[in-house]
Design a binder for this molecule. Structure first.
Ligand SMILES: NC(=O)c1ccc[n+]([C@@H]2O[C@H](COP(=O)([O-])OP(=O)(O)OC[C@H]3O[C@@H](n4cnc5c(N)ncnc54)[C@H](O)[C@@H]3O)[C@@H](O)[C@H]2O)c1
Length: 247
């Protein structure tokens, strides 16, 4: 029970990797704020956690909006009185080659993946500074190294690495660690239902030293390490969860 009594916010935890991170934190004793732009999946995830004997509140919020991120923080403080862990997980892709990429495709990916992490960190960190304790874990991607057709996403995920290093330097004196994870291809529902799933699986096996697609649990295990006191002397770091594949 590494997180007994600890309070965690996981953004984009209505489904996918974020949901697995939330569930694993709860299994080890954390009190959760499940937050997602999708009201239904957000409430369902919180309900499932509560029905399984854990404790979670649901906060529907769009992390790209300052007033929404302030609300996530206010509701968490109202429910639990403190915030120990923030996982900036919400994100999505909108792929296009650079000459076809629309301005709104650039803006929306940067706004959710990068600005969302900035806003949540901004409002959570004042509470963490007051407590002289905190763990911020940002979900980047192997795409931070640069993927064709993903100028927006690669830029946002590289930005996450810069944000992580800057905040680690700013907040270290307040006993707050800030680290990032760079997952490779992870088997979420969206991938499982992808029409080319079998082909993607074969390619992934061929190109990855550990010859399989990653699982949400693989990412969650790394997040829990950075969220725990086992990593108390590690900050500003980026851990690849990509089966040994870089680039
Ligand atoms: N799946 C992969 O292969 C993979 C690889 C590398 C990195 N990642 C990163 O992992 C994170 C989770 O991805 P996933 O695969 O679980 O995706 P997913 O689509 O399954 O889940 C993402 C969640 O974020 C929510 N979300 C989207 N926009 C939001 C917003 N504006 N505010 C709040 N919530 C919002 C969605 O509603 C959804 O519930 C993302 O940051 C993604 O970039 C995923």
């Amino acid at each position: 029970m590494r997180f007994a009594g600890k309070v965690a916010i996981v953004t984009g935890s209505g489904k996918g990797i974020g949901k697995t991170i939330a569930q694993k934190l709860v299994l080890e004793g954390a009190l959760l704020t499940v937050t997602d732009v999708n009201k239904q999946t957000c409430e369902e995830t919180a309900l499932q956690i509560n029905q399984a004997g854990g404790r979670a509140i649901a906060v529907e919020a769009d992390v790209s909006k300052a007033e929404d991120t302030r609300r996530i923080v206010d509701k968490t403080i109202e429910a639990y009185g403190r915030i120990d862990i923030l996982v900036n997980n919400a994100g999505f892709v909108k792929d296009a080659r650079i000459n076809d990429m629309e301005e709104n495709e650039w803006d929306s990916v940067i706004d959710v993946c990068l600005k969302g992490a900035f806003l949540c960190s901004k409002y959570v960190s004042s509470h963490m500074i007051e407590q002289n304790y905190g763990k911020i874990v940002n979900i980047s991607s192997r795409a931070h190294l640069g993927n064709p057709g993903q100028a927006n996403y690669s830029s946002a995920k590289a930005g996450i690495v810069g944000l992580t290093r800057a905040l680690a330097k700013e907040l270290g004196k307040n006993n707050i660690t800030v680290n990032a994870i760079a997952p490779g291809l992870i088997e979420t529902d969206a991938l499982l239902h992808h029409p080319k799933y079998e082909k993607i699986k074969e390619l992934q096996k061929k190109d990855t030293p550990i010859q399989r697609i990653g699982l949400p649990e693989d990412v969650a295990n790394a997040v829990l390490f950075f969220a725990s006191d086992e990593s108390s002397y590690i900050s500003g770091d980026l851990l690849h969860v990509s089966g040994g594949r870089f680039g």
